[in-house]
Design a protein around this ligand. Structure first.
Ligand code: ATP
Length: 285
């Protein structure tokens, strides 16, 4: 079982002739709403990879549709709490040139209660993975509980915040970064000591390192023509962790995650673009 303490967001996407100027009122040409949030995306990817996933998170009174969607993708939602705070959401304005302006309201994602986490992790066994990203409250408390239960923590340092990383790092088994976050980490924290590191570099592939043994595995990206790379990193993270949990070695897990991400970037959307395990296997074959 993988446990994932993560955000669940409603993405409200507005297509506009131009981004609104201060004081301007502007009608959108088009609107659609999708499930988002790094946590939700990673849970969907791991579930699509055939892994049992227990999502730990919260939505507000407006969030039932997101829980239904997660469940439809095969994610365990028994520990998604209902909060009085509105669900986390993003207002995404996109203009005709593809430029965007985004407002994020963390909402219920930052209103989790420790009792929700404790009861979810009560079902964990030593050796189970806990995934986390930097979009919820209770990260340090959850990491501490996981360590006490003998779990392993895979942490996506995104959005990057050096102060949060410093607090979480003592509990981390696997730190996951993209190349922007890798640069931020180097600039703000210098050399860090973590057992394993996963760095994704978009079309330049991905690398996993075991710092104890010195083993380094590199996996090139598949040469594809992307239409929308939003969520590629979360697809990769979810597939990689599911594959490790299913007993694959890091090189096979990297290859499978690269294949899933290569399929995902060729489709529009985020969670809805994450391929199934069967689609990924067919692509690899
Ligand atoms: P995002 O923020 O867009 O969700 P990210 O920056 O966290 O993504 P990336 O490092 O850009 O993550 O991409 C993750 C993985 O997805 C890469 O390691 C690669 O396997 C795959 N990928 C991303 N972009 C491409 C691409 N253009 N072609 C093929 N594979 C890609």
């Amino acid at each position: 079982m993988i446990f994932n303490l993560g955000s669940i967001n409603a993405d409200h996407i507005y297509r506009l002739p131009h981004l609104p100027a201060p004081g301007e009122t502007l009608a959108a040409d088009n609107y659609h709403r999708t499930l988002g949030g790094k946590g939700a995306n990673q849970s969907v990817a791991a579930a699509r990879a055939g892994q049992r996933v227990c999502h730990i998170g919260a939505v507000g009174p407006d969030g039932d549709w997101m829980v239904d969607l997660l469940e439809g993708y095969g994610v365990g939602v028994g520990h998604v709490a209902r909060s009085d705070t509105p669900s986390g959401h993003a207002v995404v304005c996109v203009d005709d040139a593809g430029e965007n302006a985004i407002v994020i309201f963390p909402g219920a994602n930052r209103a989790l209660e420790i009792a929700d986490v404790t009861s979810a992790l009560g079902g964990a066994s030593p050796g189970d993975w806990l995934m986390m990203q930097n979009e919820t409250n209770l990260q340090v408390e959850t990491a501490r509980l996981a360590q006490a239960s003998g779990m392993k923590l895979a942490y996506s340092a995104a959005p990057f915040d050096a102060n949060v990383v410093r607090e979480i790092l003592p509990f981390v088994t696997l730190l996951m970064l993209n190349q922007v976050e890798e640069r931020q980490l180097e600039q703000e924290m210098g050399e860090i000591d973590v057992p394993q590191l996963l760095i994704t570099r978009g079309a330049d592939g991905a690398e996993w390192r075991d710092n104890a043994s010195g083993e380094v595995v590199f996996c090139p990206a598949f040469p594809v023509t992307p239409v929308d790379t939003t969520g590629a990193g979360d697809t990769f993270a979810g597939y990689f962790m599911a594959s490790l949990a299913q007993g694959l070695l890091p090189n096979a897990a990297l290859r499978r995650a690269s294949a899933a991400a290569a399929l995902q970037v060729q489709r529009p959307g985020t969670a809805e673009a994450i391929p199934t395990g069967a689609e990924t296997a067919a692509f690899l074959a």
